[in-house]
Design a protein around this ligand. Structure first.
Ligand code: A2R
Length: 311
């Protein structure tokens, strides 16, 4: 008999096909009344495949649930405590997206420093004949402060070394197998660096880690780059710092209320804004989809997902 798996949220069609073939698979979105469906049949499901969200109410509505498999490495959209209380492992998709997120981080830093996007807008607006584009800032050889030297942070550091950057990082604990200096104070790291690159997990523990004080320490020559989660940055404080030119600029892949982007940010020319595309390549999204499937399959075959949040 096939294991009964519920899908919550949108997943890639290729993944849905795999789920449909391997499991007794149902999409919550197909139910005209999700609440009534869960009340009547929630007890049947042992697996949950999710686009990244599962709150305590959903987990409670699935009393036979044994495993959650989530698309993405960040699990801040899942109530991990509610899952842990029931001994439900939460599979996620780490590592396979490291390269693409790190590539984007480097691209955003170059863009915000050199003004690639802004210069292109200048050209397309027909302004070049009126004069050359204003001088921007050098990227190579600058100081990079990494907030969160984890799997993705290490890949950013590897790339930044090829740009002759001087690197320091801030984690709660120093990383043992690196010679890069650990900076225990985030404010001091911000004060020291030219580029502050944020790549910590989202959630309550990191909410507004990038505060007004951190932005002021970064200062008028410093750039903030966020490829982590919007919640990590105090967005109103960032808007004020950008408007007042108290920092040089920001490049953001993530926002506090996606897909809403504050109009104040849209109006600024010293920011680069992209719509949460860190892992959004054909290759990486296929690998993430495969991992969502493999995590479920591995759990039902061996009792453990291949990759699991918190392990
Ligand atoms: O603090 P530590 O020693 O656990 O180091 C982790 C660091 N980190 C923090 N650093 C400062 N303050 C915090 N409150 C804090 N919480 C965590 O972030 C670790 O070095 C790093 C996270 O690395 P990984 O767990 O390997 O995550 P990965 O795969 O690099 O992805 C990071 C995040 C995801 O959670 C998504 O939200 C986003 O990137 O795409």
């Amino acid at each position: 008999m096939k294991h009964k798996v519920l899908q919550y949220g949108k997943l890639m069609p290729t993944l849905e096909q795999q789920l449909a073939e391997a499991f007794d698979w149902h999409r919550l979105a197909d139910q005209p009344d999700a609440r009534a469906f869960l009340a009547a049949r929630g007890g049947e499901f042992v697996g949950l495949a999710t686009a990244g969200f599962a709150d305590a109410a959903l987990i409670a509505a699935l009393p036979s649930l044994r495993v959650i498999s989530s698309f993405g490495v960040g699990v801040d959209g899942i109530d991990l405590d509610a899952a842990a209380r029931r001994g439900i492992p939460v599979g996620n998709t780490p590592d396979v997206l490291n390269d693409c997120v790190a590539d984007l981080a480097i691209g955003l830093m170059i863009d915000v420093a050199r003004g690639v996007g802004a210069a292109e807008r200048y050209l397309r607006a027909g302004q070049w004949p009126q004069g050359p584009y204003p001088l921007q800032r050098r990227f190579s050889g600058k100081k990079l402060g990494i907030v969160g030297l984890g799997r993705i942070g290490h890949e950013v550091a590897k790339r930044a070394l090829a740009f002759d950057m001087d690197i320091r990082y801030h984690n709660r604990r120093p990383v043992l197998d690196t010679s890069m200096p650990h900076e225990p104070s985030l404010v001091e790291l911000a004060r020291w660096c030219d580029f502050l690159l944020v790549i910590v997990p989202g959630g309550a523990a990191t909410r507004h880690l990038i505060s007004e004080a951190v932005l002021d320490a970064l200062g008028p020559k410093g750039y903030l780059v966020n490829v982590a989660r919007g919640s990590v940055v105090d967005e109103p404080a960032l808007v004020r710092a950008l408007q007042g030119r108290r920092i040089a600029g920001a490049a953001l892949d993530v926002f506090e209320r996606e897909p809403q982007v504050p109009p104040e940010l849209m109006a600024l020319d010293n920011v680069v804004l992209v719509p949460h595309i860190g892992s959004a390549t054909v290759e990486t999204r296929a690998a993430m989809a495969q991992r969502v499937f493999d995590n479920l399959k591995s759990f039902f075959d061996t009792g453990k997902p291949i990759s699991q949040a918190g392990l």
